[in-house]
Design a binder for this molecule. Structure first.
Ligand SMILES: Nc1ncnc2c1ncn2[C@@H]1O[C@H](COP(=O)(O)OP(=O)(O)OP(=O)(O)O)[C@@H](O)[C@H]1O
Ligand SMILES: [Zn+2]
Length: 818
């Protein structure tokens, strides 16, 4: 008899052994997806970890219920990579699998399902439904939204999985937790010419429409549009927006056989159809850099490309991508945030057209599954552009991994586990696949820079901006002084105000950077000074003026603003520190003529809005863009001549050993948006703490100097890149039990690890979702075996969990925390 060890996509340790029914012997393979029933007969889609013939002792195995079609099996190397992630980041393999597979692929008993909104009785496209499928449809019709376990219960059968899956694939039912329907071909309504008309014919038709003015106008507009845009069709929604929204007129034209509304099937994966263009020729310096990168790749896997902002790193990448795919290999191009994909995808598609696939969390689940299946199939995209989760896609023949803006903290997955670093995981992915890895940044992370300086990575520099453009002029302005003299205009010093005026008068653009979101970060009582905090988390709530509510960024709870102070009952709440919204309001007051837009998480959550915003700004239809760190990096706008940093001190003042590195990066990056083409740009940095050493280091402008200066301290205090960190976080509803447990753990760990153990310490936010949190940090010097260390830590945590203080305790690991 054959047995299979299965990874269940849940946060449980271990593998689970199932028996392989004879009918499936030979079909079940390592890496394959199978359906099994787990605790309480709930069904899950698991991954086969190993096959063997050793019956487990002490319990009866249950059989694998079903093997999922091939298109979704993980390759051996893919599985190996996931297991490496699990091991390195101390996350159960199930948790890694959960992160790796799109929801649509790991259908499980709890997944909520319902009938597709637009499904109608005759919507099967002529496919005959099985009896079981019809029964399942019946259950959904009566019950609305239910999960698979309930379908099984209602039908009193255990074998509904096949039917459910088949209905899912036909788009008759859909997964509720995903926005879109699953595996269902996406349909789009298209307005187009009913047939080809000659100019003469059209003339006649227009004449004949004399008494149907609306139709005549619509037709004329349509003809003009088609001419201008070299097109002959338009999605219905756009047609309504661009040409006109008179349903009657459109209907009239259709009835006359001039236009038609067709329903066509489209892929969810954006495609362009745009014509591809030649790559830009590289400048002398870029050519030299490319040559050096190639040279290093002969000896090393990893190269760090440090290029000042607007030096054309992206152009160098493009040349490398071209070479790689010419050799028939794949490229993974990683970016830290979705925000940056908008512009880069355009630049890549201009050169590589439809050979570029995009993958990120903003896509619907079906689109992600479609992409997954495609990459696993015969005709995968040669180039994948995506955020950190793209490391989970299948790769056939990876030749190059590019990690752009490699210093970005947003590469790190924070919650939920696995808490992996996109950059580091991608490096490993590249190595496991024998690919070359290029890290790029204007302000490399200390970790990568240290690797470059020690010779572990190749190191290549671009020191000038493309096109002999000058680096921007930096102006530090002391806010305190202007406050004292009462010369501030709201949050603007006269210096920034005047510079803005000058730039706007010349028809150029301004970016204002404010490191916060919301109308103001917090509300404070004007009588007793109490700060309004979240009731569940130990953190101040953010005030959103436009809906007059408070929002907790940690647990997400919302509440209205109390009229009197909850502490003293006398004062009322006033805004402190201005956020992006408040800056926007002030800009409107001081620059009433200017066209202003705001870009922050709020706006970002809407993909369409966000893309439109970037396009508007690019096209020059906006004058001022106000934003949080999203505006600070990677974006490439020609006409920005001034960047204003509203409050630089807020960058420096975090209680974190990386705060200064981050502040430096941020200031360099945001400055990098100014004057990227043509004449030199300016940057006005408003500060109160003028003497801060970070500002002095920024002024000096030497990254190497900055690194040398700060890395001495890092080395002295055993911080990365001179050590590795592992953070253990404990959570409990009871603060007292938590403290006890944490002290006990720290004591146990100290027995062997001694001074490498720091804490327990309360994190900045000591309570989240009613759970108290406390952290113990382990510093591991170079040379210490990490895997032994992890085994030891895990062992001590297990002891703790099994003991008296383990009740109700939760333990989380974060390896290389940021
Ligand atoms: N060889 C080239 N030919 C034509 N245009 C170029 C060339 N190199 C760079 N550019 C243009 O200069 C601008 C800046 O280049 P790019 O965005 O690649 O810089 P970057 O180094 O990636 O900057 P950042 O670090 O700020 O993201 C872009 O608009 C790019 O199209
Ligand atoms: Zn909260």
């Amino acid at each position: 008899m054959q047995f299979a060890d299965i990874i269940i996509p849940l946060g449980v340790e271990n593998f689970f052994t199932y028996s392989v029914p004879t009918e499936y012997e030979g079909t079940v393979a390592v890496g394959g997806l199978v359906v099994v029933s787990f605790v309480k007969n709930k069904r899950y889609t698991g991954v086969v970890y190993a096959l063997h013939s050793n019956p487990p002792v002490g319990f009866e195995t249950r059989p694998i219920e079903r093997v999922i079609e091939e298109g979704f099996a993980l390759s051996a190397s893919h599985l190996k990579f996931l297991l490496w992630l699990s091991e390195y980041y101390m996350a159960p393999p199930g948790e890694v699998t959960r992160a790796a597979l799109p929801v649509a692929m790991r259908l499980e008993s709890y997944t909520s399902l319902c009938l597709a909104a637009d499904w109608q009785e005759d919507g099967t496209g002529g496919v005959e439904l099985s009896l079981m499928e019809r029964e399942v449809i019946g259950v959904f019709r009566q019950n609305g939204e239910i999960c698979m376990a309930e379908v099984e219960k209602l039908l009193r059968r255990k074998d509904v999985y096949v039917a459910v899956r088949s209905l899912l694939e036909q788009g008759i039912i859909q997964v509720k937790e995903s926005v879109d329907d699953l595996f269902k071909p996406k349909l789009e309504r298209l307005v187009r010419w009913a047939r080809v008309f000659s100019g003469e014919e059209l003339g006649k038709i227009i004449d004949s429409l004399k008494r149907a003015k609306a139709q005549q106008k619509m037709l004329c507009d349509w003809i003009m549009y088609c001419d201008e845009h070299h097109t002959d069709s338009l999605p219905k929604a756009e047609f309504t927006g661009v040409i006109g929204n008179s349903t009657a007129a459109l209907k009239g034209l259709c009835e006359r056989g001039v236009l038609e509304v067709a329903t066509i099937e489209v892929s969810r994966l954006d495609s362009t159809g745009e014509e591809v263009q030649e790559m830009h020729a590289l400048s002398g310096e870029q050519e030299r850099a490319l040559e050096q990168v190639r040279g290093h790749f002969k000896e090393r896997d990893c190269v760090l490309l440090q290029g000042v902002t607007s030096s054309g790193k992206t152009e160098v990448y493009i040349h490398l991508i071209e070479e790689t795919i010419r050799q028939g290999k794949q490229v993974l191009y990683l970016l830290p945030e979705i925000a940056l994909t908008v512009q880069i995808v355009k630049r890549l598609r201009r050169v590589f057209g439809d050979r570029v696939g995009v993958y990120h969390s903003g896509m619907t689940d079906s689109a992600r599954a479609e992409m997954w299946r495609r990459q696993n199939g015969e005709n995968p995209y040669p180039v994948v552009l995506g955020v950190r989760s793209s490391i989970f896609l299948p790769y056939r023949n990876l030749g190059l991994v590019i990690i752009d803006e490699e210093h970005e903290a947003s590469y790190k997955q924070k919650e939920p586990a696995p808490r992996y670093h996109g950059r580091d995981a991608a490096i490993m992915l590249g190595k496991m696949n024998g690919a070359k890895i290029l890290l790029g940044s204007a302000t490399p992370s200390f970790e990568s820079y240290q690797n470059a300086m020690s010779g572990k990575y190749g190191f290549v520099e671009l020191t000038t901006r493309f096109g002999e453009v000058m680096m921007p002029e930096l102006m530090f302005v002391d806010v305190k002084e202007y406050r004292r003299k009462k010369m501030m205009k709201g949050s603007f010093t006269p210096v920034l105000y005047e510079e803005m005026k000058r730039v706007l008068e010349r028809g150029m653009q301004v970016i204002l950077f404010q490191n916060r979101r919301g109308y103001s970060t917090f509300l404070q009582c004007n009588h007793c000074g109490a700060i309004l905090k979240c009731k569940h988390c130990d953190v101040s709530m953010t005030y959103y003026r436009f809906r007059n509510t408070l929002n907790c960024h940690y647990c997400g709870s919302l509440r209205p603003v109390p009229t009197v102070c909850e502490e003293c009952g006398q004062g009322h709440y006033v805004n402190r520190t201005p956020g992006t919204e408040r800056i926007e309001e002030e800009v409107k007051q001081y620059f009433p003529e200017a066209r202003v837009a705001r870009m922050d998480l709020e706006v970002m959550s809407n993909k369409v809005k966000f893309r439109a915003l970037i396009e508007e700004f690019e096209a020059g239809n906006l004058d001022i863009l106000i934003g949080t760190q999203m505006v600070s990096k990677g974006l490439d706008f020609e006409r920005v001549k001034l960047v204003g940093v509203m409050d630089a001190d807020s960058l420096v003042s975090f209680p974190d050993f990386r705060a200064e590195e981050r502040a430096y990066d941020m200031l360099m990056q945001v400055s990098g948006r100014s004057g990227r083409k043509g004449e030199q740009g300016k940057v006005v940095i408003q500060v109160a703490d003028r003497e801060n050493r970070v500002y002095r280091l920024v002024e000096k402008g030497s990254f190497h100097g900055f690194y040398s200066f700060l890395s001495r301290e890092r080395e002295m205090f055993h911080y990365p890149p001179f050590s590795r960190l592992i953070q253990i976080e404990l959570r409990h509803v009871n603060e007292y039990s938590l403290r006890n447990a944490a002290n006990e753990l720290a004591r146990k760990l100290r027995e062997r690890l001694e001074r490498r153990v720091c804490g327990p310490a309360e994190p900045e936010v000591a309570r989240v979702r009613k759970m108290y949190r406390i952290q113990v940090l382990i510093k591991a010097e170079q040379g210490l075996s990490l895997s032994k260390l992890k085994t030891f830590i895990r062992q001590k945590c297990d002891e703790l969990l099994k003991g008296e203080s383990g009740k109700g305790l939760k333990v989380y690991f974060d390896v290389d925390p940021l």
